[in-house]
Design a protein. Structure first.
Length: 266
């Protein structure tokens, strides 16, 4: 059933929520970190979806004087840092609030809860870890760089399932395409940062492969007819996602190169 936002009664009780966001490794305050809530109870969740209250100030502090009274999951996000909510599944559709679409026990395992009441201010302190990075270069089969080539990243979950992973949280993306579209630079380099510790698969897209095959490959003098138009070539040098080699990411930078099985376009 499609979830639709409800109108909020302006007289609904509200309370103050304040606190701070710091870096786990340094203890330094983090400015510009987004503070996000999702209602624990279904009724509040349907009103809010995943709701961004605002961002921290120059000292890493936040103070929101009029938050609807309820109990929420709360977390923070900041580019370059890994949020505990990063690995959680999200649902996203036009006209419907973004929603952490995961089982309650999974949410409880990684997210803090906070209860906001009119009676007294609620205080909570959050932290973010330095995100891991996968960087490298996409090359054509002759070793030249594949400039402005689409790059995709997938996360390998505990059950070994694989799903598209967005470096920009879906609730912060302007449109669905913004969540997954990453391009190499003019030298074929890519940099995927802010990754939560875990396993990932990276792939580069081979553009217009069908046209390339028709023009450049022949078997016994006959052009192939198989439809092998644009696909991703994944870590492990395979077009088969099931055979792709996962990359373990903790902190720091993991460097890999991807080679597309074709020559540069003329």
């Amino acid at each position: 059933m499609a979830r639709r936002p409800r109108e909020i009664d302006p007289n609904f009780p509200k309370g103050r929520l304040f606190g701070s966001v710091t870096c786990v490794s340094t203890g330094f305050p983090l400015s510009g970190a987004a503070i996000k809530l999702q209602g624990v109870s279904p009724a509040v969740d349907e009103v809010f979806g995943l709701h961004k209250l605002g961002v921290t100030d120059a000292n890493g502090n936040f103070d929101f004087p009029a938050v609807l009274a309820s109990t929420y999951y709360i977390f923070s996000t900041l580019p370059g840092y890994a949020s505990p909510a990063s690995p959680l599944s999200r649902s996203f559709a036009y006209g419907v609030p973004c929603h952490l679409d995961d089982r309650t026990h999974n949410l409880d395992a990684v997210l803090d809860r906070v209860t906001v009441t009119p009676a007294a201010p609620s205080e909570i302190h959050l932290s973010l870890v330095d995100g891991g990075v996968i960087s490298g270069k996409v090359l054509w089969m002759d070793g030249s760089p594949a400039a402005y080539s689409p790059v995709s990243i997938m996360r390998v979950d505990r059950d070994e399932s694989r799903r598209r992973y967005c470096l920009t949280a879906s609730e912060d993306a302007d449109c669905m395409g913004d969540m997954f579209d990453y391009l190499t630079d003019s030298d074929g380099n890519f940099h995927l940062g802010g990754l939560f510790p875990g396993k990932y698969i990276v792939g580069a897209k081979a553009p217009k492969l069908l046209d390339y095959v028709r023009k450049n490959l022949m078997w016994n003098g006959v052009p192939p007819t198989i439809n092998c138009a644009s696909f991703y070539y994944w870590t492990g040098n395979t077009p088969n996602l099931a055979e792709a080699t996962p990359i373990e990411v903790e902190s720091g930078i993991v460097t890999i190169n991807l080679t597309l099985p074709m020559l540069p376009e003329p």
